[in-house]
Structures are given as structure tokens and as C-alpha cells.
Write a protein that binds this ligand. Sequence first.
Ligand code: NDP
Ligand code: 8X3
Length: 253
Amino acid sequence: MKNKVVLITGATSGIGRACAYKFASEGADIILNGRKEELMEEIKNELTAMGVDVLLLPFDVRDREAMRSSVESLEGKWKNIDILINNAGLVFGVDKEFEGDLDEWDIMIDTNIRALLSMTRMVVPGMVSRGKGHIINIGSIAGDAAYPGGSVYCATKAAVKALSDGLRIDLVDTPLRVTNIKPGMVETNFSVTRYRGDKEKADAFYKGIQPLCGEDIAEVAYYAAAAPTHVQIAEVLVMPTNQATGTISYRKQ
Ligand code: NDP
Ligand code: 8X3
């Protein structure tokens, strides 16, 4: 990964943060996107101490103009993004489709779909003109089938699958690769956000089962990125051993 530039959205927590450390540990230079600038500085210091270059690109991925000016501000080697990890994403609530909060759903749709698409639209043309690049989208098992209380989130992740598949089709005559990683349960801040800050409810969700951690998904992302250039890991479904589907898992009592 030496001399490769990896841009990760939502890199201040969970899977995105773990990807930053994994790719940095393999020698890649990292562009960190996020909203929490203090945290981004801390991560930058730790990654820099690992001997890689780090650039901070703080913006809310829902703010298209901020995204555009940030991407356009890239200079020198930072312009040549080799790997884009579209990771920023979230869910609020477990509400029924006829009961939930439309404003919360707008945030989920804007973050999980529109921002992922905007990043792709802004970064991929450079990859095409350089004749190399890899787009890694963090989808979800939730995109494979709807589950109770997940309707809108599941729809956003189904969209990530369609956008990944569509991009792969559109890039078929290029050396670029597209990977959709679909995790099951990963213990991050994700469930705390889902339960609107209720840490007890979030912890209860993982009771009796060993969930994945952000590092497990970072390993998968790295495996896809490090595969020989003729190998395209198109899609990976990765779950804890005691999870079988989006709704079926075994929890020890
Ligand atoms: P975390 O909540 O731990 O991390 C989410 C990251 O996305 C945070 O850094 C968060 O920053 C960032 N983010 C959210 N909204 C924005 C925004 N508008 N602009 C910039 N950054 C933003 O959760 P995960 O690491 O688990 O989630 C990462 C991805 O993995 C998501 O796409 C999620 O849907 C997906 N996923 C997660 C699974 C799980 O079980 N955890 C399973 C399957 C998929 P901030 O702190 O500022 O909000
Ligand atoms: C998150 C995984 O199963 O909580 O994308 O929806 S799940």
C-alpha cells in the first residue's frame, strides 16, 4: 500500500476509523473525512506517528458544496486518490415505516445514499483518467432484505448495493474495481446512534453474542484492496459466527 492514497468518509469512529489504522499500518497515506475535528487531529497524530502522511478533510458529507470545495482543494499527491472508502452512514430508530420521523429518515437517506453517490461522482472521474482506482462502499446485510423496524435503513443499504453494482457495470471497460462490503452486527457507535444515544439499549443489542468489531471489517476492506489487480472482490457478506441472517442470530442466555 506504499504511495497509495486512501480517502475514508466517516473516519472518526467504528469501521471508518479502523480502516484508517489498517491502511496506515500497511503504509498507505490517508485522507480522513469526518465532522469531529478534534478527534480527527488525534487520529492524525497517531497515524502520522506510524510513518504515513495524513490529510484532514473535515466536512459533513451531506453538504455537497463543502464536499465539492474540499475535493477540489486537493493538491499534489492528495489529488490522486487510489482508494475511496464510502463509509459514513447511520441509522436512527427502529420505527415502523408508517410511524417514524421523516426528518430523521431524510438524514439517513442524505448520508447513506446521496452523499455516497456525490463522493463517487466527484472522485471517480480522476480515477478513470488515471486508469486506476478502487471504490469500496460499506453497504450492509440490511440491504439484502428488510427487517422489522429497519425499513428505511434497509432501503438505503439496498441503494448502496444498486449503486455499487451499477458503478461496476459502468466501469467494466476500465481497470477500476468496485467492492460492496455488507457487514452484519458490528459493535461500534452505530447502535448508540440507532437508539438515539441510549447506551444501555445499544449494549443490550449485543448481549449474548460476540459481534464483529470495526477491525474485522477493515481487514475485509484491506483484503479487497490488496488483491491482485485482476481480482475484483465485488461483494462480501460478513457476519458474526452466531448470526445467520439480518433477523436470525443465536444469543447465549
Ligand atoms: P459509527 O457510528 O461508529 O461510525 C459512523 C461514522 O460515520 C462516524 O465517524 C460518523 O461521524 C460518520 N458520519 C455520520 N454522518 C456523517 C456525516 N454527515 N458527515 C461525515 N461523517 C458522518 O458506525 P459504524 O462504523 O458501524 O458505521 C460505518 C458504516 O458501516 C455505516 O455506513 C453503517 O451503515 C455501516 N454498517 C454498520 C454496521 C454495524 O453493525 N455497525 C453493519 C453494517 C453496516 P459522527 O461521529 O460525526 O457522526
Ligand atoms: C447494520 C447491520 O443488522 O443492524 O447495517 O442492520 S444491522
